[in-house]
Ligand binder design. Structure first.
Ligand code: GAP
Length: 448
């Protein structure tokens, strides 16, 4: 495969051009650290989060879903330690007054060369007010993680569903962090979706479960199509871990801007339940019917940033290739662009926003268009299906390649005479003729 340089700019440009991701509030000059998911992006994102939910919640007897409120009592964040400790070190330039994360710069102001002030902690939680009175008693926060919802509702899940240890509570939801320096596209943003679960265990079992979750995560990253060679399991050393954690592993991925955290697993012991029990004065213990033991369960926390997962998937899928001869063999819908370059997103098929695109060979032949509309109407009841009748076939292939559509179906004159269509494969660019009535089973068997 020919080599190409993948820069973040190329990904940002493709994502905008093809309707995956747009800069937030763009017509007003943008809003730092926010991005909008366009029609293609929203489907890619939903396909990732649905697959996560199916794998980690729906397919498992030991996992329970939750969708807790974004707005939580301010005492939640006192108990969890966020009010005090959810901070990044901030420095301000004495000259231009710009602010930076102190651990990301050294020396002078990177903007104007001015002298920097003292480092101080900056709390990343967004503040707001609940109700009509804007005083300190009404001040609350937009949640910076989902995890506390699972701890605060732990007892309610126990009382309503009576799960036995080990079991987990999982949640996918929007979180907010007022990052000092958002950047690198979706990597560091000010609002994002987190997919995470708290897996409650007896403390004696934590090491085995930690290893088991690392394996599960590795298999999830395979499913996302990420190359194992680009993944690094970073054991966080004693001094860098939270004091209550005996083990934390950051799972890093080789993004275009370097090896950076993609997701993580932390052993949080009973820290959170203990804190909430203390602050709420409610009993949050678990009673084991068999051993007659009453205790606070310990917890393992695998956490996955959905937007970072999507950025990793896009990074991995992006290819620039030269179109070869073998793709152009005697079909009515042949790809005439031999020798030209193409950009293709080799997304895992199950994650692709569209699975199939349908084209009439010529947009001005009503019998071809009518037949193509019939095929399109049938396929779109089964799969996410695109329609394109603009430009020539080569141009349509290029457009579908760039959004990662695994198959393009062309209705041509042979379709009218013998009921077959051309199915062109995104990755090999090879074409084969398939009977219209066999299309659904062909795609289903190749999607599995
Ligand atoms: N409950 C644990 C927790 O929130 P975290 O390491 O602060 O842990 C979890 O965040 C995950 O959220 C990270 O592994 C990363 O994937 C994602 N993440 C964190 N900050 C982010 C940001 N500003 N923008 C996008 N994703 C972020």
């Amino acid at each position: 495969m020919p080599k190409f340089d993948l820069t973040l700019d190329k990904l940002v440009s493709l994502a905008k051009r093809r309707g995956f991701i747009y800069p937030g509030s763009e017509i007003y000059g943008g809003l730092g650290g926010t991005w909008d998911y366009g029609p293609l992006g929203v489907d890619l994102k939903r396909n990732i989060s649905n697959a996560w939910w199916k794998r980690f919640v729906q397919d498992r007897p030991d996992m329970f879903g939750l969708d807790s409120a974004i707005l939580m009592h301010s005492r939640v964040w006192e108990a969890s330690g966020h009010t005090q400790g959810f901070t990044d070190p901030l420095v301000e330039c004495k000259k231009c007054k710009r602010r930076f994360r102190a651990d990301q710069i050294s020396g002078k102001c990177p903007e104007c060369g001015g002298e920097l002030g003292d480092v101080r902690p900056f709390n990343l939680m967004f503040k707001t007010y609940i109700g009509s009175v804007e005083d300190s008693s009404a001040q609350i926060y937009l949640r910076p993680e989902n995890a506390q919802g699972m701890f605060v509702d732990f007892k309610q899940v126990l009382d309503s569903l009576h799960p036995k240890l080990p079991f987990g509570i999982a949640q996918i939801g929007r979180v907010f962090r007022n990052e000092i320096s958002p950047g690198e596209f979706l990597f560091r943003v000010r609002e994002f979706d987190l997919m995470e679960f708290e897996y409650f265990i007896h403390p004696k079992d934590w090491e085995n479960f930690f290893e088991a979750w690392l394996k599960e995560i590795s298999s999830w990253l395979d499913f996302l199509g990420l190359d194992k060679k680009k993944i690094f399991y970073h054991e966080i050393s004693d001094g860098d871990r939270a004091h209550y954690s005996k083990r934390t592993v950051d799972i890093e991925y080789q993004f275009p801007f370097g090896m950076k955290e993609l997701c993580a697993v932390a052993y949080r012991a009973d820290h959170d339940l203990k804190q909430h029990q203390k602050h709420s004065k409610k009993d949050l213990t678990y009673f084991d019917d068999e051993t007659k033991e009453r205790f606070l369960p310990h917890v393992l926390e695998p956490t996955f940033g959905l937007d970072r997962a999507l950025l990793a998937v896009l990074t991995e899928a992006y290819r620039e290739e030269t179109i070869g001869n073998e793709t152009s063999k005697g079909s009515a819908s042949k790809d005439s662009a031999v020798g030209e370059k193409r950009i293709v997103l080799k997304l895992p098929k199950v994650l692709a926003p569209y699975k199939v695109a349908v084209f009439p060979l010529l947009a001005n032949k009503s019998d071809l268009v009518k037949k193509a509309e019939d095929v399109y109407g049938e396929l779109r009841t089964k799969f996410a299906t695109a329609w394109d009748d603009r430009g020539n076939i080569g141009k349509r292939y290029r457009a579908q390649d760039e959004i990662g559509t695994p198959w393009c179906v062309t209705i041509d004159f042979d379709t009218l005479s013998n009921g077959t269509v051309t199915v062109r494969d995104r990755d090999s660019m090879k074409q084969e003729r398939i009977k219209v009535e066999n299309l659904v089973s062909y795609f289903l068997s190749n999607l599995a």
